[in-house]
Design a protein around this ligand. Structure first.
Ligand SMILES: Cc1ncc(COP(=O)(O)O)c(C=O)c1O
Length: 497
């Protein structure tokens, strides 16, 4: 461990006293935490360029006062409790140098982006984890083939290939992974693309962030589905865009409504329209083929780019998937994004975007500026995972599992609520939406559900305009059938009580 300590060789204060003061301040200010190991006397004497006797003298004083404690054979550690009387007589704040205190109090002036982000992304204290949580989009993590993933990872580390540790050759992403993704998208989603249009990003949220940065200027209108995906809206708002809500029904975004005056008068200014056609978030509607074609014709007429977020398109039950919008449109109209957060696991932080060929390089530059590259080990392991057939196998297993969980949820809802529930968007994805009839507010339902140990999300959060107040989004992919049945039973009980 390197300690940020400066000793003044020319000072009249002896070095061991200076070091004692520096270490004591670091402990009191919390820069060194209780239980944290401090460097050995030998290591510290080398890194500070002073004698070992000097270090030993200061350590001994700190040990005798209880700031440090020695554990025989394993080293010296910060004491678990700083000496009480010192803390009482000399509060930490008062012991810091005056300059530092002044700086802490000074109002920090943020950029426009920085200032707006506090409103756009409000601080939400973490919700307590519920015994049964219908939170949407959570994969069945306990079913992930972790042993296999570990084996594939170790194979790369064992190969001793140091290029794994270096900057990548270009920021667009590991080429074999881009090839694998392009092949998968061509086969399963009919996406028209080559590997050089694919940019690997840290989850689709980074794709949305880069899209917003590259295509939106302050004040630009952007059309979004209403209700729609909150994190996409936030990424566009953070760039200063003005959101135009486009209503959604059971067939997805209502393209006719895009021909209203509100939209038509933005011609020439409207930069992009964001849609989730496979499984609209949150309603679960699948955009019908005629509407897809109408949307493309409208975007062409308006000169607007379409952002197609295909976040959970891997999961369809019964019906055949409709080809991606990207596959139906001409070359430069659509930016397509996808993620491995849903089908594999969210902490992987690997997603991708397929850009029109002329834009791919610009995205790669923006990615370079943002964070250079997506971590290489994950990209290589994922490429193997896809190329060796594990991806398709995992998808087949998860489709069967999620289908069973989905059926359990639909059945439980129908059993307990009968004609008081309307179920929407259950033919695809990892969540569905319900409308519950009755004389209660969504707030009241979620509050009562929480008391019964059930986490439930109102769809109100996803509306830009007025919401109905009786809609809820229920994710089922991460819950066992038993928990799903129990969750719905508890829900029915608290609502009827
Ligand atoms: C509509 C939509 N897009 C994308 C994502 C995935 O985000 P990421 O890939 O950044 O984890 C989600 C996750 O909840 C989502 O609901």
């Amino acid at each position: 461990m390197d300690l940020a300590i400066t000793l003044d060789q020319r000072s009249a204060t002896p070095l061991h006293k200076q070091l004692y003061e520096e270490l004591r301040m670091a402990i009191l200010a919390g820069r060194l935490k209780p239980g944290e190991r401090v460097p050995s006397t030998r290591a510290l004497s080398q890194s500070l360029g002073v004698s070992r006797t000097t270090i030993t003298q200061s350590y001994e004083q700190l040990l005798s006062e209880g700031y440090l404690r020695a554990a025989t054979g394993s080293g010296t550690f910060v004491g678990c409790q700083a000496p009480d009387e010192l803390l009482k007589s000399r509060p930490v704040e008062a012991s810091r140098p005056a300059v530092a205190r002044q700086e802490a109090r000074r109002e920090i002036e943020l950029s426009r982006y920085g200032a707006s982000i506090t409103d756009i992304v409000p601080f939400e204290p973490p919700e307590p984890e519920m015994p049964i949580s219908f939170k949407s989009g959570r994969p069945a993590l306990e079913e992930f083939p972790l042993d296999l993933w570990r084996r594939l990872t170790l194979r790369h580390y064992r190969a001793n290939d140091v290029s794994l540790l270096d900057y990548a050759n270009g920021s667009q992403g590991y080429e074999p992974l881009r090839e694998a993704i392009a092949g998968y998208l061509r086969r399963s989603r009919a996406v028209t693309c080559e590997a050089d249009q694919v940019v690997i990003v840290n989850g689709s949220q980074q794709a949305l962030d880069l899209i917003a940065k590259l295509l939106i200027d302050r004040g630009d209108p952007v059309a979004v589905e209403d209700p729609g995906y909150l994190s996409a809206r936030r990424a566009f708002l953070a760039q200063g865009s003005e959101l135009l809500p486009a209503p959604v029904d059971e067939s997805g975004i209502i393209v006719d409504r895009l021909n209203s005056k509100t939209f038509l008068k933005t011609k020439g200014k409207l930069k992009l329209i964001y849609v989730t056609p496979s499984h609209q978030f949150p309603t679960g509607a699948t955009l019908t083929l005629p509407r897809r074609l109408d949307l493309i014709a409208w975007a062409e007429k308006m000169g607007v780019m379409i952002v197609e977020d295909d976040y959970d398109s891997e999961f369809r039950y019964g019906s055949r998937p409709i080809p991606a919008l990207q596959s139906l449109a001409s070359g430069d109209l659509v930016i397509y994004t996808g993620t491995f957060s849903k089908a594999l696991f969210p902490a992987l932080r690997v997603g991708y975007l397929v850009a029109p060929a002329p834009l791919a390089r610009v995205f790669a530059r923006a990615k370079w500026l943002a964070d250079r590259q997506t971590p290489m080990i994950e990209q290589r392991v994922l490429a193997d995972f896809i190329n060796e057939g594990h991806w398709e196998r995992h998808l087949r297993r998860m489709r069967t599992l999620y289908d069973k969980r989905r059926q359990a949820l639909v059945h439980a809802l129908e059993t307990h609520f009968g004609d008081r529930v309307t179920i929407m968007g259950e033919n695809a994805g990892m969540h569905l939406m319900i409308r519950l009839s009755g004389k209660f507010s969504d707030d009241e339902v979620t509050r009562r559900a929480r008391l019964a140990g059930v986490g439930l999300v109102s769809a109100r959060l996803y509306y830009l305009g007025e919401s109905r107040g009786d809609e809820f989004v229920l994710g089922y992919s991460g819950l066992s059938e038993r928990k799903i049945r129990e969750g719905v039973r508890r829900l029915a009980r608290v609502i009827s009580s």
